[in-house]
Design a protein around this ligand. Structure first.
Ligand SMILES: [Zn+2]
Ligand SMILES: [Zn+2]
Length: 317
């Protein structure tokens, strides 16, 4: 039998929180994560709008204990198979990579024209339900292509508690459904992805430097503000981790993003909690999103096939 002192030490150790930093939930605690994707939001453009205070809600999130990283990329130089993550700078492969942590061919999607359904069990949603069936999952998107969300997400459909898509360019319905998700599951662990197609739509139709491209980014920023306000109203502002990013960039002054240029591959990521993406020693790739989310939920990153990217979470110890 252990001595009283030894037992006291063990009790004390059991009460110590696990590795945690600056407001990150410790393992075993309620974890709620919202990923916001602004489709086709070029890094330099978003940076310039932040600098001119045109995105006040994103700015407030970053300034209020969050972090902005301008070093995220689609991890490839030529967007060719075998070169890094090896997929093109298009929505379907990018979203497939974001929700699996895999590049091509593991994500089954090379380009919008060459894209299938994810392999069974490889989406973060399926892995999350296997880890803990009580985690609520949602994918709400205002972008619809022949490859997205179907067939990419077909295999993951049963692992999504809420799946919805429309073509509301404003993203208003995406925000409203996001708010409904938060209201419904505020007491549960959850992962919610809100994918706004508006910037991509305006970039293609009016160009990257158009007034309409600016306007839709400001509208999407307003949506972020509504989400943050609701989290604050529900007392969830501290506990819920927001991650905001883009699926791909946009070519400077142009109406496309498929050339695999720097402006296409360069991404950015912002979080409401600096520590959630604070591991600056890890390269920030689009495929880092899945291991980062796994880390936040306390899920093992030791998956098959193995992740190629590291988690961006900075644990304290
Ligand atoms: Zn896109
Ligand atoms: Zn596009």
């Amino acid at each position: 039998m252990r001595s009283k002192a030894a037992r006291a030490v063990m009790v004390f150790l059991a009460l110590l929180p696990g590795p945690a930093l600056a407001g990150l939930p410790s393992p075993g605690r309620l974890v709620q994560v919202i990923v916001v994707v602004w489709d086709g939001a070029q890094r330099n453009h978003v940076q310039e709008m932040l600098d001119s205070h045109a995105l006040p809600n994103l700015e407030a999130m970053i300034g209020n204990g969050g972090l902005w990283r301008a070093d995220m990329v689609i991890h490839t130089t030529a967007c060719e198979v075998g070169d890094g993550d090896g997929y093109t700078t298009m929505t379907c492969p990018a979203m497939a990579a974001l929700v699996t942590g895999y590049g091509y061919p593991l994500n089954h999607c090379y380009s919008n024209g060459r894209c299938g359904t994810l392999a069974d069990g490889t989406s973060i949603f399926e892995r999350m339900k296997t880890f803990d069936p009580d985690i609520r999952t949602g994918m709400i998107t205002s972008h619809s292509l022949t490859c997205w969300p179907s067939p990419v997400l077909d295999a993951a459909a049963e692992a999504l508690d809420v799946q919805y898509h429309d073509l509301d360019v404003s993203g208003n319905s995406t925000t409203i459904r996001g708010l409904q998700f938060v209201d419904a599951y505020r007491r549960d662990p959850f992962l919610l992805v809100l994918h706004y197609g508006g910037p991509d739509f305006q970039g293609h139709s009016r160009g990257e430097n158009s007034e309409q491209y600016d306007t839709i980014l400001m509208v999407n920023d307003g949506g972020l503000g509504r989400i943050r306000a609701r989290l604050a109203d529900l007392g969830m502002a501290r506990s819920t981790i927001l991650l905001v990013t883009a699926d791909h960039g946009f070519e400077e002054g142009a109406k496309n993003h498929v050339g695999c240029l720097d402006d296409d591959r360069n991404l950015w990521i912002a979080s409401s909690r600096a520590a959630a993406i604070g591991n600056l020693a890890a390269p920030a790739w689009q495929t880092s999103m899945a291991p980062t989310i796994f880390d936040l939920f306390g899920m093992s990153k030791d998956v098959l096939p193995p992740f190629g990217a590291e988690s961006l979470v900075l644990w304290e110890n």
